[in-house]
Ligand binder design. Structure first.
Ligand code: C2O
Ligand code: CU
Ligand code: CU
Length: 484
């Protein structure tokens, strides 16, 4: 790597206190300087122009008629800091309505902020405005459309982008010294230069495409210095495909989940990412120089199934491992970079004032076909399903009585997992999306801090969300001002 110690850019980006660690920093500063697809806030604010488009879009060395943000898949990465004011001028050049959701951000779910009840008609625009709270954790968040009924289609066709909050985790010296690579995992189905419409069975199962891309490419190579550290910032942006990741010859050191940093690195042999989930891992390049493959291992997200394993359950994903990317050693550092000992602080949540149970299921409805339900009901935009008090902590039990796995996602407020199938969770971590396997139960604890108003929870297999597996939660002030 070239010298970073005297790079002004590095100082600006990282703060002078880190310059002593140098080295690894320059790679990132350069990558970012040359990367036109990154929009970084300056002086406490960012203004973004984002246009939803439909048309020929480059993808994995070919061109396909896709939906996108700005003609690129994934869309531009937006990078902010706690306290920033975000102004996002959104234009909809699609032939249909859409809107925007900022997945995982703790910002208001109302007004022109993270409001999934807004609709931007074809040919129109809307300016989104919100402030990232001063106390917002650093993390890997993302944006995508959220107009009920069209979410899966629009995401499947390419509308995804990263929304990164830079903060404390980025300033942990060992983390800052690592080479940073963003990894957007997203599958497509392309035939004759376009995405064919899905079949009803594809929708019910959750659609998976045979073209699996990493940042819109197939099997990219990432170079890493021998003795160096790689920081992979992973997002599963697929509507339904799961990723069971394993890096040949290297354990993964988990340092962050959906909502930001863990307290310390947690060693994993492999990592399962359900749709909507993110993770950050460090990789130590401490093996023989060479080329190592990041594999996607088979994972079956359906169990048994109503038709003896044929129709709804069984047969998902790839039957054999699939290469996603390759890590290539280049050169060697004189002194290897160490792993961090501490990566953050994860405060515990207090005792819950209330417990609730949510049952995930599905059924056949005359005239509608397969529908997906929470507590027996399909989504109704005019029904408030759950009312919670701001300033309280609740414990939610999510039980999956169906034959497919469902990743459960809650907007606005992150949660911590307490137990899975009755077994206490060891890792204390911030999550906003959690896999509830078929037949399984997850208990989580969530604190409702600020921001009154309506938000949603849903399955992040987006076809299931569109087929009804979503509910509305209303955050109310203690005076009960927003309802009973
Ligand atoms: Cu990533 Cu409600 O969604
Ligand atoms: Cu979300
Ligand atoms: Cu689901």
């Amino acid at each position: 790597m070239t010298k970073a110690k005297h790079s002004r850019r590095t100082f600006l980006a990282m703060g002078a206190g880190l310059a002593g660690l140098g080295l690894g920093l320059s790679a990132r500063a350069q990558t970012r300087a040359h990367d036109a697809d990154v929009l970084v806030s300056r002086g406490g604010a960012i203004e973004v122009d984002l246009k939803a488009r439909f048309g020929p879009t480059p993808l994995a060395g070919q061109s396909a008629r896709l939906f996108s943000y700005g003609g690129r898949v994934p869309g531009p990465r937006i990078e902010v800091r706690p306290g920033d004011e975000v102004t996002l001028r959104f234009g909809n050049a699609l032939p249909e309505p859409t809107n925007l959701h900022f997945h995982g951000l703790h910002v208001p779910p109302t007004g022109n902020a993270d409001n999934v009840f807004l609709e931007v008609p074809a040919g129109e625009g809307l300016t989104y405005r919100f402030k990232i709270p001063e106390s917002h954790p650093a993390g890997t968040f993302w944006y995508h459309p959220h107009l009920h009924g069209l979410v899966a289609k629009q995401v499947f066709l390419g509308m995804v982008g990263l929304f990164v909050v830079r903060g404390e985790l980025d300033q942990v010296p060992e983390v800052a010294a690592a080479r940073e690579v963003f990894v957007v995992l997203k599958d497509f189905q392309i035939a004759g230069g376009r995405v064919p419409p899905p079949s009803p069975m594809e929708l019910a199962r959750g659609r998976e495409g045979s073209l699996v891309t990493v940042n819109g490419e197939v099997e990219p190579e990432w170079s890493v210095e021998g003795g160096g550290l790689l920081r992979l910032r992973l997002l599963n942006a697929s509507t339904a495909r799961f990723y069971r990741l394993k890096l040949e010859g290297h354990p993964l050191y988990l340092i962050a989940t959906d909502g930001g940093a863990l307290e310390e690195p947690y060693e994993l042999d492999e990592l399962l990412l359900a749709p909507g989930e993110r993770a950050e891992v460090l990789v130590r390049a401490d093996r023989e120089p060479g080329r190592y493959t990041l594999w996607n291992l088979p994972y079956d997200r359906g169990r048994g199934g109503m038709m003896g394993g044929g129709m709804m359950g069984g047969g998902f994903g790839d039957a054999r491992p699939r290469a996603l990317a390759h890590l290539v050693y280049s050169g060697r550092r004189r002194t290897p970079l160490p792993l961090p000992e501490r990566t953050g602080r994860v405060r515990g949540l207090g005792a819950p004032v209330r417990r609730r149970r949510f049952v995930l299921g599905h059924s056949m409805q005359p005239g509608r076909g397969m529908v997906f339900t929470i507590n027996g009901q399909v989504f109704n935009p005019r029904r408030i399903d759950t009312r919670v008090r701001l300033g309280t902590v609740e414990e939610w039990e999510i039980a999956n009585l169906g034959v497919l796995d469902h990743p459960f996602h809650l907007h606005t407020n992150p949660f911590q997992i307490v137990a899975r199938d009755g077994r206490p969770e060891r890792l204390r971590a911030w999550k906003d999306t959690v896999l509830v396997p078929a037949g399984g139960t997850v208990r989580l604890r969530v604190g409702f801090a600020d921001y009154p108003g309506n938000a949603v929870y849903h399955c992040h297999i987006l076809e299931h969300e569109d087929l009804g597996m979503m509910g509305i939660v209303r955050f109310e002030t203690s005076s009960g001002a927003s309802g009973t």
